[in-house]
Design a protein around this ligand. Structure first.
Ligand code: CDP
Ligand code: CDP
Length: 224
């Protein structure tokens, strides 16, 4: 009997998490929650209001006027109803998102909303702290990695494919800096959960990565 699972996918920046999560969700008929998009939308909100990140009161105030939702038809992230899917992927937001995501006041609000959205299972979430903090009892935890160079190449191709003029050095610096901040912050640092399965996809194509994920889900179901 197939009880709906909760699947947690974590890992470093641009390692293939969201591509894997989206494809697996489609195969399984599950919903997909892009938690990175939520932190990016918060960042855009604070940026637009010129909030000083060192001013806790100002951050708390700005969080009061923030509502993040996902449009069911295309999973685009909405900030107070506005489709900001494209804007949050640019380097301006990418440069500020890790400092914003290190703030406990921001994390508390996001984690609560993520738990609420995923409480009934049949869901795949990807991010940095899903298997360690958001759903520590998830049925399946994947920790995705790839070499930095490979990740930079892939993200660069993705950004340029979307028509953005970005330099390789800037993308590389951003990925490295975010990985460092994300894994060294005090609140919910990025780390592989003890019971997570490591998926290195440096030498795997997209289809192979998704097949690998799907095989792990099938194994899990066969064991139950
Ligand atoms: O797609 P990419 O790997 O570049 O990043 P993302 O998944 O969109 O996440 C953007 C940033 O949000 C990360 O670098 C983290 O700082 C933060 N984040 C987090 O702290 N916790 C999560 N669960 C997801 C993202
Ligand atoms: O979500 P995360 O930031 O971890 O990575 P992603 O957005 O899923 O993947 C970054 C880019 O790498 C996307 O354009 C993927 O299509 C691409 N990719 C790839 O070409 N081959 C893989 N094995 C994994 C990802």
């Amino acid at each position: 009997f197939n009880k709906p699972l909760t699947i947690a996918i974590d890992g470093y920046s641009a390692c293939g998490k969201s591509t894997l999560a989206r494809a697996l969700a489609k195969r399984l008929g599950y919903s997909y929650i892009d938690t990175g998009a939520m932190y990016r939308a918060v960042t855009l909100h604070l940026q637009r209001q010129n909030v000083d990140l060192d001013d806790e009161g100002a951050v708390a105030g700005a969080m009061q006027s923030l509502r993040i939702t996902f449009r069911p038809s295309d999973n685009h992230v909405l900030l107070n109803g506005e489709d900001v899917e494209s804007e949050i992927r640019g380097l301006a937001v990418s440069k500020l998102v890790s400092p914003v995501a290190a703030l406990s006041i921001v994390r508390r609000a996001m984690v609560e909303q993520q738990r609420q959205m995923g409480k009934d299972g049949g869901v795949i979430l990807d991010g940095r702290d899903i298997g360690t903090v958001v759903f520590p009892d998830a049925d399946l935890k994947l920790f995705v990695t790839a070499d930095l160079d490979t990740r930079v190449d892939r993200r660069l191709r993705e950004l340029r494919g979307a028509g953005r003029e970005v330099q390789r050095v800037d993308v590389a610096a951003n990925l490295e800096e975010r990985d460092y901040i994300d894994s060294h912050r005090d609140d919910s640092p990025l780390r592989q959960a003890d019971d997570a399965i490591l998926l290195d996809n440096t030498d795997l194509g997209l289809d192979e990565l998704v097949d690998r994920g799907a095989a792990l889900v099938a194994d899990l179901r066969a064991d139950r």
